[in-house]
Every structure is written in C-alpha cells, then in structure tokens.
Write a protein that binds this ligand. Structure first.
Ligand SMILES: *Cc1c(COP(=O)(O)O)cnc(C)c1O
Ligand code: SF4
Length: 343
C-alpha cells in the first residue's frame, strides 16, 4: 500500500481562516472540478451529467480534504459523486420511500412516532449525499420558514404527548445561530417538551460549524440536548471533526451517530469496526445503521438484507455491545424504525 496522499484544495489551515458560512458558499458544485481536484479523469465516471441535473452535486472543501487523491473508489467520494447508474430504473425504488409526504402534519412537521416530532427547519444541506431519501423531496414547499414555525409550534403546543423535538432538514445546522436561538427559545417555552435532538451531518462535513457560540447556545438550553451526527466511514472523522465533537461533548451534549449501509463504502466488517472505533474515540456512540431507503437513483448502493444481517453478527463477535449499531429500516406507516431481524 502506498501512503495515502491527502488533497489540499483549500488546505485545512487556510480553511479555518474562513468562516463556516464562507466555506459553505465555496462548496464545490461542479463534478468536473471535483474530479480535477482529486486528479481523476472524467473517464473514471461515465456520463454523470443527467444525475446532477436530477440532484445537484455539492461538497465542501473540508470533506474533499479527507478523500484520497487519484482513487475513483474513495469511500467518501462515492457518497457525493454523481454517477450514471443513478438514472437506471430499479424495481421497488421510488421517489418517497419512507412516506414522508403522508406524515406531514403541518408545513415542515413530521409526526410519525409517539412522543417525538421531526421539524424540517430548512431544505438545505452542506453536502448532497447521493443515496439520500430526500433527493426527490419537495424541500421548498416543506421547510418551515420563520413564518411557518408558528403552525408547527401550535401543533406541538396542542399535543402534550410530544416530549421531544428533532431538528432536521435538510440540515438544521446550516441555519445561523440567530435563527437556531430563536427557534430553540420558542420550543423552550412549551412546557411539555424536555428533549431537543439535532440531526446533522455538519460536524462531519463542515466541522468549523461547531463554533463556540453554537456550543454555548446548546449548553445553555433548558433542554437535555442530543446531537445525532451522520458519518458512514472512519475516514470522515479526522482531527478537525474530533475537536469539534469534543467541544460538544464537553458542553454536555449527548453524541450519537447514524450511518447508512452503503455498498462500496462501508459494507465490510473491517470498515464497520473502524467506524465504530473512530466514533468512540471521538466521543460518539453508534446509534442506527440504516438499510438503504429504496429511493430512485440509489439502487447501486444496495446491500442485501442477508449480507447486512451477517455483518451485524460479525460486528457483535468483534466489538463490545455498545459499539454495535442497531440495523434498521424505515417503513412507511410503522410506529418506529423496524429492526432488520424482524424484516
Ligand atoms: C427516524 C425518525 C424519528 C426518530 O426516530 P428515533 O427512533 O427516535 O431515533 C422521528 N421522526 C421521524 C419522522 C423519523 O423518520
Ligand atoms: S446531509 Fe442528510 S439530508 Fe442532506 S443530503 Fe446528506 S443524507 Fe440527505
């Protein structure tokens, strides 16, 4: 093996001189530029343009910096690079595989499970993951803008069985601290809420987002705050991510990870062990390992159920129980995520 050479498009030390908002606005959106940056030829990926027209490419430099130069099979690159296979029709792969459009109770609010609601705070993400079940989701109509929060908040206020609000999206951490602060204080005013959860990929793809003002905001909330990050491969957790996560942990925020089982990215025992161990080193416990949602355009990432179950058995034989994620699938109409061994 050759030592891994890391690309420095905008080198890490220069990245940190930029605000997270600047880094976000400089995210690469041109696939040709991404390939060039990684010293790859366009032949390495054939005919990717139609896929980018369906779901645009977007990837911040901080994430690209963790990819291997010259490796078209890099597990981080595969998650974000558009490919011709996305345009193939596969049986059973649909536009809204998890039934989100039906669970819409109020603009931007999903209430599928007892006791918790998911608030779509924004349609935007810092990165576009090709396997995302929201790749066809009509973000623009669904996001709760500042004015729409009123409706969602009224819904929550009127249902005292709701104890937890999950800020989701898109990615809630693309919102400014001011907006988050405003939203969190509105939620804090609802007495029956006790938990706040934030689902975000930003600590992994744009670690400078974890500013001290964000950490203070969360640390000072009356809520018991949990952040569920999203990393699929141990290479996603390098020094900058570790230090961002450490700040959150030191502020008393519970850290969990959800990953998606992806062919070619993390579908081996070694990769899953490395991921769990890297997470633990960074103060994060594995939570869910999601079976791929059958969303149109993602079939090439699919891992067979029997293989996935076998992988979990192997993980159980190699790791302490608390480092083995729960393998689940999201099925429309169910009252929780479904454990894979019940499928
Ligand atoms: C996944 C999900 C949740 C959270 O489920 P947990 O099992 O509590 O992590 C809540 N609401 C919706 C709509 C979800 O898809
Ligand atoms: S960050 Fe999450 S919501 Fe956004 S594209 Fe990736 S998987 Fe989808």
């Amino acid at each position: 093996m050759h030592p891994v050479k890391l690309i420095k498009v905008v080198p890490d030390n220069q990245l940190s001189a930029l605000s997270w908002q600047q880094q976000l606005s400089q995210a690469i959106t041109d696939p040709a530029q991404l390939l060039q940056t990684l010293n790859l030829k366009s032949e390495d990926f054939d005919h990717y343009t139609p896929a980018t027209q369906q779901f645009s490419l977007k990837v911040p430099h901080a994430y690209i910096n963790k990819m291997q130069v010259g490796n078209p099979r890099d597990p981080l690159l595969l998650q974000v690079m558009a490919q011709s296979q996305e345009m193939l029709q596969a049986e059973g792969y649909v536009k809204d595989p998890v039934g989100d459009l039906e669970a819409n109770k109020s603009p931007g609010l999903l209430h599928k499970y007892n006791g918790r609601v998911l608030l779509i705070t924004t349609g935007a993400c810092a990165v576009h993951c090709r396997y995302c079940f929201r790749r066809h989701f009509p973000y623009q109509q669904q996001q709760a803008g500042r004015e729409q929060w009123a409706d969602a908040l009224t819904y929550i206020q009127n249902d005292s069985s709701i104890k937890e609000v999950i800020l989701s999206g898109g990615d809630p951490l693309v919102l400014s601290d001011n907006k988050l602060n405003h939203l969190i204080s509105l939620l804090e005013a609802i007495p029956h809420l006790s938990r706040l959860r934030i689902h975000s990929r930003l600590p992994v793809v744009l670690p400078d987002r974890i500013t001290s003002s964000l950490v203070d905001l969360l640390a000072n909330s009356r809520f018991n705050v949990c952040m569920v990050i999203h990393a699929n491969h141990s290479n996603e957790i390098a020094l900058a991510e570790k230090s961002a996560l450490k700040k959150l942990k030191q502020a008393g925020i519970h850290l969990l990870n959800q990953a998606v089982l992806l062919k070619g990215v993390n579908d081996s025992l070694k990769k899953q062990v490395n991921l769990s161990e890297a997470l633990y080193d960074a103060g994060v416990l594995p939570y869910y390992l999601h079976l791929l949602d059958p969303v149109q355009g993602a079939a090439h990432f699919d891992v067979e159920l029997t293989q996935a179950l076998g992988l979990i058995t192997q993980l159980q034989n190699n790791l302490p129980g608390f480092l083995v994620p729960k393998l689940v699938r999201e099925i429309a109409g169910e009252t929780s995520k479904t454990p894979a061994n019940e499928l």
